[in-house]
Every structure is written in C-alpha cells, then in structure tokens.
Design a protein around this ligand. Sequence first.
Ligand SMILES: [Zn+2]
Length: 283
Amino acid sequence: MEADEQLAAALDAHGELLAEELRRLADLPQVRIVPSSVFDRAKPLGSVAQARGVVVKLRCCKKPLDQKCNNLSGVAACPTFIEAARLLRLKVQEKHGSEECLAKACEHAESTRSEGTTSINNDAFARLMEGQLAKQRARSALTQCEKKVSTLRAILSDAQASLHQAEAEEQEARIELERLEGKKQKTANNSQKGRPPHYEEYSSYTHSTWLSTTGEIMNRRAVEPRQDISKPAPPDGEDGALRHWRRGLAGCICDWAAGSLDNVVKLIVRVINHFKVMMIPAD
Ligand SMILES: [Zn+2]
C-alpha cells in the first residue's frame, strides 16, 4: 500500500482523534512529518502491533525518531496510531525539548525554508490529511442524509396509507348521513365526483414509486426508434399499448385532443409525419 493510502486508511479508522494528535505532533518545530510517517509494515495490515507506528525526522538532531504500537497495558500501552502519535510527541518534547535542540530545529527550518522545502513537507502532510478528513465528513453527511430521507419516506408512506383510509371512511360516513337524512342516493359516479379515473391506482403510490415509474417512462420515451432494431410487437388488450390506464396511446392522444375527434385525426397524421412512416398495417 502507498504511503498516502496508509495515512488515508489510518484516518478512516481513527478519524478526528488521530488527526488532532498528528496535527499537534506536526506543530513541533523539531518535527518533519510526511505521509509515510504513519506506517504499517504488517501483512495483512493491522495484524502485528509492533509493525505499525509513527516515525518523524528530527530537524534538530537530523535523525529519525519513532514510536511503534504494542500490546502492553498501563501507561506504556500503545494499541493504535493515536497513542503512537501522542507518545512520540512526548518523546520529542522530553528528549529533544532542550533549548539547544529547539534552536537547532528553528535554525534548520529557517535555512531550508529559504530553499523552499521544509515547510512544504509539513504543508503537504496537512493538505493530504485535510483532504482525507473532508472526504470522511462528506461521506458521513451523505449517510446521515440518506437515513433522514429513508425515515421520512417511511413516514410519508404511512401517512399516505392513513389518508387513503380516512378518505374512504369519510366517504362512507357522508353516504350514511345522507341516507339517514333521506336524501336521494347519489350514483357511484356522482359520489366520486372530482376524482379522476384510476385514482385508486395511483393515489396509493409512494413518492419513490412515483419517481421510479416516471423515470422508467422518461427513459423509454427518450429512445429514438431505428429501422435496424427488431422487437416483438407491443401488447394489445386492457393493459396493452393502446388502452393501458396510464401509458396507453389512446389516452395520450385524448390528452391532447380535448374531446375533438377532428383533433384525433390531426394528431395521428402528425405522428405519422413525425416518424416519417408510410400508411401500412400496424402489425
Ligand atoms: Zn534534538
């Protein structure tokens, strides 16, 4: 695994806690930290505590200093990169915190900064770490949103079912009252006045069903017919191409014909011209 990926995987596993420890370590003037500073040489990764840890280069004494993980308990325990980064920071402060080391570190940082390298190394590390954390935050925000959408969809679906039930009860109650008051019974059609045909079929759709069926229709509508494509003829009958309650061609033409048979003829001619097909039997 590349150094960048190892750091990314470690941040993925330990999140902001590790990032905070690494930032504090990188803030020490004695420390030069790079993506490969977080290492795991075990295969598979994470299988050997002693094979992973954090290593930095010391600007003061020009040598590496590391803290490996271990399986110990108590104050020396170092199970994860978080403890490794924290113990390494304490080690740097304890063993290289002298005025001499600090002065040498600052001098070295100053001399290499003018060459444009040292601070760039720590900056590259910080940028890589921030990029990884931003991805993690975005991923977690997406998960939260997905959960919220799913919860709200369930609530909406329940509410739609309850509304449906309440509307049916309301209708029954109205009919019963009218019967008791001796009013003339309305016909089934009149009592459903205001409701379009097939209301029962589509009113129980959940929002997601509505979206997915509409999306499927939109996809089919967008397919340009070609002469070299051969498919079985569209079905006939109640649920067929002509009479399907939602997608039928007849209903589609009526939608635009506004009740005029004359318009029906005009629309059919327009369809023929649109697809540049001759008058031939349909099947
Ligand atoms: Zn030192």
